[in-house]
Design a binder for this molecule. Structure first.
Ligand code: FCB
Length: 448
């Protein structure tokens, strides 16, 4: 990569690494609650300690410095700075992020702040969570608060991480917090997340400090398993649910027409109000795309024939027919060409797309005794090359993740870190991929 402005980075999120769940006045989030539900998270794991980053952040900044990254993407825990999600401010929470940002800047590392990485304050969930319109307004207030506090030192602001997962996996499938299985509620959640994004961007821009504002979307392109019209239509439905429900209103000013036929029997869309699309679709300074795998889609009957009971992810598709390609330790198909397609597709659909960052990409493999993770090194190298081949205005690449961390419903079982974390001692040990990434960055800089 011969562009000196290109940002090489790593990403984390608050709930997955911070721990210190009850320290310094932090309130519970939906993930604290969900982790208490028997069977919700593998092995009964919780975020109480995680990688203990809240206490070990200075050591983690040193790891970033030694890695040689230009940028660090992390998220702010809403319930650490507003324990009830609105109103009362917890100064100790804000001070934590101020210390972290200043330390990054002292070391020449640019902070990329994500405001919402899935950890809604439980108090707001108790009032309906993302199903209700008011949550979008509270989110904008929270964004303005954090921006007021850090807008003098942070330039890169991301509103939401992967609203698809918050809405559909959280309120549709129920595999993520808050563990709901709904049709209309999940679609309403998606809309209110987008509305909250738009309101937050407006509020932060009104704050006056210079800044760049964007959103992070997960992009798993859907490939029909055959070229039969039924499978092709199924892949279209999958893309509408996962990608276009978000990208069309953000970059095209309208929801996909297909949503009416797909969901007309489970939702009346009454949550969409006049003027919302203008708020949602305002211009952004960048878009962050997360890519892990493609989806291979076959037509299949609805799992739940009764529309009254149907959830929003039940769109008559089967995504289990994987091609004969290598898999990661989580079973995800390894297809770097999907990275190219994910980026190029979005640019093709929306030629006015803002500059792009790959804000997450990474994998899991079983460790060997020396933490020589050759598969991860190959995975990252191939995916970086695939991103650079996409022909989009690519401004940076962030590896997921700096550290092993709480992998949501999988708990601590799956390890995405360039750095291994021993969850008994909390000792950090860089894997071979950490050293490889440092060398890759140094070489890329030399070429620039
Ligand atoms: C993404 C999430 C991130 C992490 C990776 C593996 O969907 O944004 O927090 O869990 O998957």
């Amino acid at each position: 990569m011969s562009n000196p402005a290109f940002r090489w980075g790593v990403a984390t999120s608050a709930f997955q690494i911070e721990g210190a769940a009850r320290d310094d006045g932090r309130g519970p989030s939906i993930w604290d609650t969900f982790a208490q539900v028997p069977g919700a998270v593998a092995n009964g794991d919780t975020g109480d300690v995680a990688a203990d980053h809240y206490h070990r952040w200075a050591e983690d900044v040193r790891l970033l410095v030694d890695l040689g990254v230009d940028a660090y993407r992390f998220s702010v825990s809403w319930s650490r700075v507003q324990p009830e999600g609105r109103g009362r401010i917890e100064r100790r929470g804000l001070d934590f992020y101020r210390r972290l940002v200043e330390s990054l800047l002292d070391n020449g590392i640019e902070p990329f702040v994500t405001l919402y990485h899935w950890d809604l304050p439980q108090a707001l969930e108790d009032e309906g969570g993302w199903r209700t319109r008011s949550t979008a307004g509270w989110f904008a207030d929270y964004a303005a608060l954090v921006h007021d506090e850090l807008g003098d030192v942070v330039r890169k602001w991301t509103t939401l991480n992967e609203p698809y997962c918050s809405a559909v996996v959280g309120y549709g499938e129920g595999r993520h917090a808050p563990g709901a299985r709904e049709g209309h509620g999940s679609l309403a959640a998606a809309h209110h997340l987008l509305l909250g994004h738009g309101l937050a961007v407006q509020a932060m821009r009104a704050g006056g400090e210079p800044g760049e504002f964007g959103i992070v979307l997960n992009q798993s392109p859907a490939v029909p398993v055959t070229d039969s019209p039924a499978d092709v239509a199924a892949a279209t439905r999958q893309d509408v649910l996962l990608r276009r429900q978000f990208t069309d209103p953000l970059f095209g000013g309208a929801y996909p027409d297909e949503m009416t036929s797909m969901f007309g029997d489970i939702s009346d869309f009454s949550f969409r109000h006049d003027g919302d699309l203008e708020v949602i679709g305002q211009p952004l300074d960048y878009v962050g795309l997360n890519y892990y795998y493609r989806l291979h889609v076959a037509d299949a009957p609805h799992r739940e024939p009764d529309p009254a009971k149907r959830t929003a992810h039940d769109i008559g598709v089967d995504t289990t027919r994987l091609p004969d390609v290598p898999r990661t330790g989580m079973g995800w198909p390894v297809e770097p060409e999907g990275m190219t397609v994910a980026l190029a597709d979005l640019k093709a659909r929306h030629p006015g797309l803002p500059p792009v960052y790959v804000t997450e990409n990474g994998c899991v493999y079983p460790d060997n005794a020396d933490f020589e993770d050759a598969e991860r090194i190959a995975f990252l190298g191939d995916h970086i090359a695939a991103a650079q081949a996409a022909g989009v205005d690519l401004r940076g690449y962030f590896c997921w993740s700096l550290l092993d961390n709480f992998e949501w419903a999988h708990g601590y079982k799956h390890r995405f870190g360039l750095v291994h974390v021993d969850y008994q001692t909390l000792q950090r040990t860089p894997r071979a991929s950490y050293h490889w990434y440092r060398a890759h960055i140094a070489k890329a800089r030399q070429g620039s």
